[in-house]
Design a protein around this ligand. Sequence first.
Ligand code: ARG
Length: 581
Amino acid sequence: MTLLQELECRLNAALTSALGEPTTGAVTAAADLRFGDYQSNAAMVLAKQRKTNPRALAQEIIDHLDLIGLATADIAGPGFINFRVLPAAYAQRMATLIQDERLGVPATGAGKTVVVDFSAPNVAKPMHVGHIRSTIIGDSLARIARFLGYKVIADNHIGDWGTQFGMIIYGWNHFLDESALAVNPIAELVRIYRKVNAATKDDPTVLEHCKAELVKLQAGDATNLAIWQKCIEVSKNGLQKIYDRLDVKFDHWLGESYYNDRLGGLVEDFLTQGIARESNGAVCIFSDGTKPLEEDPFKVHKEDGWTDNPAIIRKADGGFLYATTDLATIQYRIEEWKADHVWYVVGVPQQLHFRQLFDAATRWGKTGDFKHIAFGSILGDDRKLMKTRSGDNVGLIEVLEESVERAAKAIAEKNPDLQGEEAAKIAEIVGIGAVKFAELSQGRLTDYVFSWDRMLALQGDTAPYLQYSHVRIRSIFRKLDAPFDASTVTVHLHEDAEIHLARLLVRFGEVLPTILEDFRPNLLANYVLELARAFHSFFEACPVLKADEPTRLSRLALCELTSRTLQQGLQLFGIQVPERM
Ligand code: ARG
């Protein structure tokens, strides 16, 4: 049980005995530490229901509260109950955390299966900064869910089937540079795609040729299928290199094409069940009229009032669409993988698509907890969408490369002793960590301005700052003659800085589950930053190696727990910690 849960249990026992019937109230971390560590507004909520005086009720509850050995409680303001945890209780918690591999994090996801759908770039189109967000946020949510005990299935639903293949096959036949393809397949596919795109502008017949190639591909033409397959293969290899560098792993890569065979039957099923109907030759899903207009994804408000906003699942020419594939995908995930939750980490512009998808899937009898985890854009210094000097979207690889380069420079300046392979390895960890943390410390829905200086600063809300904090803690242990074993140590807490560090260490297990309530990794970012700051204050105020026993061992145990918690927190972001930097 977390400390917060324990306080809640004690509060609920007091509520029940004070009011003479089973009653519950919530405890939260205190907003202001001057008033205590935790607080509850239960007395105010219950007094309102019962039309009694909240302060009097709070006193009544406190009179029934058994907090022996745990905390003290008092009333503040209009009837808040504030809890101040006893240092001895924190010390006891430290002992438990030291023995606990999970650092106090409860397995809130045990027994549940979640599919995390993230990254999902489109073949033959470059992975741009928008994909950075999906990849980094999705990977972190998958890691956090896994740590909370969920069975996580990370699925890369790549766009490997679409109209772009008409152009790519045409380009493959006319413009392909085999040696360039071998060196950088993603770039070469993008190059030929752009070249064909430009050619269609000069010569309209090119477009006709592309369309013909697409029709051949869709009809199963062997030559075109072979080219398509080769494109997928080289793209996957190129992508895998990026994921390896980012330390991102997928359990599956079931791209759009995986579902091709199911689409025809699916549309028939929608027609028979009356969820979809024909309209101008196309098959469309319309509103079922069960929801208020404002909440109905198949209705849209235009100047002349509410009108239909259908989702097409089969075009008049027989072609299927993104929505059709996604319906087949959701069915597969629920039926084959027994998913309880499906999380889609995809940008804001696809909001309507997912509202329609979830509504249609539910009407089709595919139920589950479906979430579109949307995110905003990354902006350049000019507050416009980030572009390269030539005006293209910035590629993910370029961003990573530049970050690592800048990190290498900063490290060389700060610590010229580091050389060669070791320096390069640290630069990689720091540069990539910086990009990830810059992303994850933002509210995911806000558009944020990308700034190298801000994300690489050693003093700031950055990965390098956290990595450096970890290095600093580890350097304490390097000065010891013998390996340190925290499990035999009794922790004593006297100084404010020690107590504050312990307070935060206990919070790890309380903060982590709340991240998934609204998919906000930035709560974890705030937490690790606060923990690192608390460590630095502690380290300034409290000598560790020079302290007398038993304080020395007790403080070493606090250092050890801090370093483990920091490392675990960063690991949930996919950020590694170097030994030195
Ligand atoms: N390939 C899509 C894109 O880049 C994202 C796919 C997201 N996943 C899904 N199941 N629709 O826009």
